[in-house]
Design a binder for this molecule. Structure first.
Ligand code: FMN
Length: 428
């Protein structure tokens, strides 16, 4: 395999005919059909006039961003309109005249296709084209060239269903072939070396794989396990009142309860208990107890029988449908004793608040594992019956019930109604 730097390209200016300039430079290297030309996105951006004055870098990063994935100080990791997740939404000042910054090409796959066609006309051989950019990677140090545009080659090669050399079937393997070529090109395109293109020849190709654009390298949202930033994950949680088929893994519940138990609590206590009802019998025992207590309360209120049954049925519709019910409790044993009612009440409130914080963490823990959860008030209104049914002592105070199950098809994608921050804020 040979990776050859392509020397002799002039400084690229907006409007330059990049295919013409590349063809000229490549001719001396004698490219063969099937070879791949890797070209940095920077010269594509320059030729396509994607240069803007650097004075307002922040504004350009914002306008190139469709989703902020993470932010630390000045560093923004953002998703671009192409679906790439990279530093500063790909807005970059390196290898440019002072005062200018480059945006990524608008449609790098189209740019690659255009270059491929231009090179084929001029050189008479079909070449693959990869447009590269240098990305950092989460969990790994160092930058590496990746493909952001591709034409005339399979950007991804799906090997699932084929066998390894022992005959063992490959279940998961999809090769990021265009990224491998891009990384190889990086070996001969040093950052300060003024070599913006490389010719790759003699690599082991994937003759039977169909060509695909670099867009195929962008993982679909539904398959993205790491999509949410911590801040986003909070907003992504929704109350989900229906559930998908399938058992709830205990590990998921344990992980959510572990998250719950990181809630702040007064006086260095951990005043919580989570009773998990998995069996139909245990769930129904609780639901019957709640319904009986509620029925008695509503009858005492002289509510009509049909209204009573409707309300119970509505509550049961969620709790009964949930594969697992988690009943959270708090106890006030750690509260400091006070003679006066005000301070005594405040102590109790502190413990209640920490119960609320723990349940929010529980819901966030479930949501982070793509589990459905809804916090239903139910047991709050029938403390004695709940304790008796679940076999807990008098010191425990029930905080409702969290109905839990797998996320139903379609997930919790309802958009949350936006808020006006100032409606919730007082500055002083
Ligand atoms: C203490 C408490 C009790 C709740 N009780 C119920 C309930 O009985 N039934 C219900 O459907 N939702 C209940 N909810 C959930 C709210 O209805 C839900 O949070 C609200 O609709 C906002 O939706 P979101 O969680 O997706 O933002 C309760 C929430 C809290 C905090």
């Amino acid at each position: 395999m040979e990776v050859t730097p392509v020397p002799g390209l002039p400084e690229i200016i907006p409007g330059a005919d990049l295919a013409e300039l590349l063809a000229e430079a490549l001719r001396r290297l004698g490219p063969e059909a099937g070879d791949v030309v890797a070209v940095t996105s920077k010269i594509v951006s320059k030729a396509e006039g994607r240069l803007v004055p650097g004075t307002d870098r922040g504004r350009w990063i914002k306008s190139e961003t469709v989703r902020t994935v993470a932010r630390r100080g000045d560093l923004v990791i953002a998703e671009t309109s192409h679906g790439f997740v990279c530093a500063n939404a790909g807005v970059d000042a390196s290898n440019l005249d002072a005062g200018m910054i480059a945006l990524l090409p608008e449609d790098p796959d189209a740019s690659a296709e255009h270059l491929r066609e231009g090179l084929r006309t001029r050189l008479g051989v079909p070449l693959g084209v990869v447009i590269t950019d240098t990305f950092g990677r989460p969990w790994r140090n160092g930058l590496v060239n990746v493909a952001i545009g591709a034409a005339g080659l399979p950007s991804v090669v799906d090997l699932r269903g084929t066998a390894d050399h022992n005959g063992r079937p490959l279940d998961m393997t999809i090769v990021a072939f265009a990224d491998e070529l891009a990384a190889a090109s990086g070996l001969v395109m040093p950052k300060a070396g003024r070599i913006p293109a490389a010719l790759i020849h003699g690599f082991a190709g994937h003759a039977s794989a169909p060509d695909s654009s670099a867009r195929a390298l962008v993982r679909p949202v539904a398959e993205d396990l790491f999509r949410s930033s911590p801040l986003q994950a909070i907003g992504d949680r929704r109350t989900v009142r229906s559930f998908g088929d399938g058992a709830v893994p205990r590990e998921a519940i344990i992980a959510a309860v572990e998250a719950a138990c990181t809630a702040p609590a007064p006086h260095h206590t951990r005043p919580w208990r989570f009773v998990v009802l998995e069996s139909a019998a245990a769930k129904h025992r609780l639901l019957r107890a709640i319904a009986e207590a509620w029925r008695a309360d509503l009858r005492a209120d002289r509510a009509p029988e049909d209204v009573i049954e409707r309300r119970i049925a509505r509550s049961d519709a969620v709790l009964d449908a949930a594969p697992v019910l988690i009943v959270p409790f708090v106890r006030f044993a750690g509260a400091h004793p006070y003679e006066d009612a005000e301070r005594g009440g405040a102590e109790r409130d502190m413990f209640l608040l920490s119960g609320g914080a723990a349940i929010q963490n529980l819901l966030l823990g479930l949501s982070a594992q793509n589990m459905a959860g809804s916090w239903i008030s139910s047991t709050l209104f029938c403390q004695e019956e709940t304790r008796a049914t679940l076999g807990l002592g008098d010191e425990w105070f029930a905080l409702g019930t969290v109905a839990t199950g797998l996320m139903p098809g379609g997930g919790a994608s309802r958009p949350r109604p936006p808020i006006e921050p100032e409606d919730f804020l007082t500055w002083s």
